[in-house]
Ligand binder design. Structure first.
Ligand code: HEC
Ligand code: HEC
Ligand code: HEC
Ligand code: HEC
Length: 205
């Protein structure tokens, strides 16, 4: 009996610890300041003109309201957990996007926090690259690029198909199909060849 209890205790503790997120979300402005230069591929600018940068606004569209009515959703889609999970950054996770009350937003003291939260609306960089608190410093970023730091140890993960299909799947009310190669090409924001010729390729390869 005691052994069973101990095993249960150890098990529930490990579940608790597993749920604690090691890295937190910073918002897209934290990436913008270093990733908007043309000679380096201006990843921020490419992103801001692409579909993921409007994912939150989409939830205010006629089409979104129609979907919400069909699903008998309570409240507005842009405030509903049923929609926000795939249309924002880090929903439900440490420092991810959250729905703020009108009172909180109305208080001038909260201006900074509101702005920070706004920068996590939409499908930002960190939804695909991982929460940025551990890797966003210049030193760490260069270390990853040169191959001196293993990206996984600082929370930067490879944005492969498995990441995309956490949202591009049949739980999306508008889902049809997901072809990774075709879809990745549509949102591509690579380093220019000239940049790689002088600075090398990611991961020190
Ligand atoms: C957090 C959820 C999420 C993740 C992860 C995600 N997407 Fe999306 N994606 C969306 C949403 C939401 C839209 C719709 C945006 C809109 O139109 O408002 C979208 C739209 C798109 C579109 C435009 C729609 C189309 O059919 O042309 C492409 C292309 C796309 N995503 C590619 C990708 C790729 C490639 C990945 C992985 C590397 C990925 N997405 C990861 C949520 C996500
Ligand atoms: C499982 C993730 C997921 C959930 C949950 C989700 N969406 Fe989306 N949504 C997506 C993705 C991915 C796209 C883009 C590709 C697609 O249509 O599957 C998208 C696209 C859309 C579009 C644009 C479609 C177009 O043709 O441009 C609307 C509108 C939309 N979603 C509304 C909603 C509403 C309203 C909810 C909540 C009831 C919701 N979504 C919940 C992932 C999701
Ligand atoms: C202080 C500046 C700075 C900030 C902030 C920053 N980066 Fe970087 N990042 C760099 C530098 C420098 C490199 C190395 C390549 C280069 O010179 O552009 C890099 C490289 C990368 C790479 C390629 C890594 C590889 O595989 O080699 C990714 C992906 C990336 N950054 C994503 C992000 C994201 C997402 C954010 C926001 C959470 C972010 N960065 C914030 C400076 C920054
Ligand atoms: C929908 C997912 C998604 C979003 C959002 C996204 N990226 Fe990426 N990113 C990718 C994919 C996929 C690659 C290609 C990875 C590869 O080639 O291994 C990539 C590659 C990169 C690279 C390396 C380029 C190269 O040539 O290897 C940098 C730097 C980068 N992203 C920065 C950003 C920044 C900054 C943002 C936000 C402004 C952002 N990404 C938003 C999926 C995304």
């Amino acid at each position: 009996m005691f052994r069973v209890l101990t095993i249960l205790l150890v098990f529930s503790c490990s579940v608790l610890f597993a749920q604690q997120d090691e890295f937190s979300y910073m918002g897209v402005n934290n990436c913008k300041m270093c990733h908007n230069k043309k000679d380096k591929g201006a990843q921020f600018n490419v992103w801001s003109e692409g579909p993921h940068a409007r994912a939150f606004e989409t939830l205010k569209s006629e089409e979104a309201l129609k979907i919400a009515t069909e699903l008998k959703l309570e409240g507005s889609p842009h405030e509903a957990g049923e929609c926000l999970g795939c249309h924002t950054t880090g929903w439900g996770k440490a420092d991810g996007y959250e729905v703020l009350s009108a009172d909180f937003i109305g208080n001038p003291k909260n201006a900074r926090a509101v702005k920070k939260n706004d920068s996590k609306a939409n499908v930002g960089c960190e939804t695909c690259h991982g929460p940025g608190s551990g890797y966003k410093s210049k030193k760490t970023m260069n270390g990853i690029f040169n191959g001196a730091i293993d990206p996984a140890t600082v929370g930067l993960f490879a944005p492969e198909k498995n990441v995309c299909i956490t949202c591009h799947n049949e739980k999306s009310p508008t889902f049809k199909k997901f072809d990774f190669d075709a879809m990745a090409a549509k949102i591509a924001h690579p380093y220019p060849e000239e940049f790689k010729a002088t600075k090398g390729t990611p991961g020190g390869k």
